[in-house]
Design a protein around this ligand. Structure first.
Ligand code: NDP
Ligand code: GDR
Length: 418
């Protein structure tokens, strides 16, 4: 009987390990999992009675963070500030890196996770053209390293694995909307690295019977979407130089001039809208306005990651809203929120700026933000996830834009240098 209780206790253990916990999705996922621990009982650590034996059902979230010369834990700092999370050891952080196999083995041996969420990645598509090898190493081989650490540590039979796959796998349009069956045609080193990640996950599922899942997530955003934050020192390997010219910052790498602070387009737009609204910025410069994306909210999408790992059978799922908007439409919706009308003046022409008091804003277009190869359209059909996981996104496009613009206005008002 003691053995049964011990077995049951082990199977009731819910110990999650998250790579990329400091990122947008990692932070929302950590919150969600900690919350789940609370909801299973009125107390975070629940006492369960099985076959007359009493044991503690451990619900814990572990995260892997990278050592960096400046703090990179801003998105999860509030979880430390929460005494329940902190004092009761509900969230534990480990230094590690997806490029370091021995460290990954050490962490999984120590943590003995029951669920692993592999969200760690060099996640910027345009940057992946500049850091192609590194991106392949982290996003592609990193996935293999983590899977293999779990298998060689003897956790292959018990652990459930979530891989952060991406709509970037579809790349060049083969079919609209994209489903789990649409052929892949990645268009960037990032997409190609993630393609390796996708297939190695399928391979470990088929070869070793591991509970490995791919979430093919379409773009999802939030006020926590990655943005340039001063100082950018952690972006600067020693062979890069940071120089200031004409009051702009540039990175000089291999003699090439890179703009500092690559950020994702939605957050770039909402930050600019906030700054323009507060009179802190004159204009915004963007790249390809015609690209279109299926944008959802990160909070909705992390719930699905968890749902995938609660299924008996592992599988791959498209997660999307099935609604498509161009970058131009995102810009329009954002400026509409602050009551500004946009004049699209001569795309490719750079001499534009804000016309004060007219309520009109003009947007600069620069080739600097174009990619060597573009993904023109992404629109996902999440029917399978709806049917099998009972999942539907709750936050609409307009609500997403509103939340992001409002959050950035609040942020910039409090700290114009943010
Ligand atoms: P972010 O860029 O916000 O976060 C990436 C995370 O990965 C950060 O915590 C970062 O750490 C960590 N990381 C980077 N390099 C390494 C490394 N070498 N070893 C360990 N960790 C590393 O991404 P998101 O939260 O937006 O996305 C999460 C995952 O989902 C990523 O894999 C992304 O490619 C994928 N994805 C994202 C989509 C989206 O629209 N957001 C859509 C589809 C897939 P640090 O803070 O130190 O930089
Ligand atoms: P994406 O997101 O490449 O889809 O990858 P991003 O927001 O960077 O670009 C979306 C589209 O907007 C166009 N664009 C610009 N993009 C940026 N970053 N900056 C600009 O100024 C700009 N102007 C126009 C781009 O060309 C592109 O077509 C995101 C990441 O989160 C990936 O990790 C994830 O896998 C995919 O979404 C799904």
């Amino acid at each position: 009987m003691a053995e049964t209780a011990a077995k049951k206790a082990k199977s009731d253990r819910k110990v999650a390990l998250i790579t990329g916990i400091t990122g947008q999705d990692g932070s929302y996922l950590a919150e969600l999992l900690i919350e789940k621990g609370y909801t299973s009982s009125s107390r975070p650590l629940s006492l369960c009675l099985v076959n007359g034996f009493c044991f503690v059902a451990a619900v814990q979230v572990h995260g892997i963070i990278r050592r960096s010369s400046s703090f990179n834990t801003g998105r999860i700092a509030h979880l430390f500030a929460n005494p329940v999370t902190h004092e009761q050891n509900k969230m534990v952080l480990h230094y590690g890196d997806l490029t370091d196999s021995t460290n990954l083995v050490k962490i999984v041996m120590e943590v003995q996770p029951t669920e692993v969420y592999n969200l760690g990645a060099m996640s910027h598509v345009k940057v992946s053209f500049d850091m192609a090898e590194y991106t392949g190493n982290v996003d592609g081989l990193g996935t293999l390293r983590l899977l293999d650490a779990l298998r060689t540590s003897g956790l292959g039979d018990s652990v459930r694995f979530y891989q952060a796959s991406t709509s970037e796998l579809y790349g060049k349009v083969q079919e609209i909307p994209q489903t789990e069956k649409t052929p892949f045609y990645p268009r960037s080193p990032y997409g190609v690295a993630k393609l390796y990640g996708y297939w190695i996950v399928v391979n470990y599922r088929e070869s070793y019977g591991m509970h490995c899942n791919n979430g093919i997530l379409f773009n999802h955003e939030s006020p926590r979407r990655g943005a340039f934050c001063w100082p950018p020192s952690r972006l600067l390997p020693c062979h890069l130089r940071l120089v200031a010219s004409r009051r702009r910052l540039h990175l000089i790498m291999d003699g090439r001039n890179l703009p500092v602070g690559e950020t994702f387009v939605t957050r770039k737009i909402t930050r600019a809208v906030a700054k323009i609204h507060l009179g802190q910025q004159e204009s915004v410069t963007l790249g390809n306005l015609d690209a279109s994306r299926d944008w959802g909210h990160a909070k909705d999408y992390v719930e699905m990651m968890w749902l995938m790992l609660q299924q008996d059978t592992p599988d791959d799922f498209v997660i999307a809203t099935n609604e498509e908007h161009s970058v131009r439409e995102f810009v329009e919706a954002s400026f509409r929120h602050i009551g500004k009308e946009i004049v699209w003046e001569g795309e490719g022409v750079n001499e534009v700026g804000k016309e004060k008091d007219t309520g009109i804003v003009r947007v600069k277009i620069s080739e600097r933000y174009y990619r060597p190869a573009e993904v023109e359209r992404l629109l996902g059909n999440p029917e399978k996830a709806k049917q099998k996981l009972g999942w539907t996104p709750k936050i609409s496009f307009t609500e997403l834009v509103t939340e992001m613009v409002e959050a950035d206005i609040k942020l910039m008002r409090a700290n114009p240098l943010a």
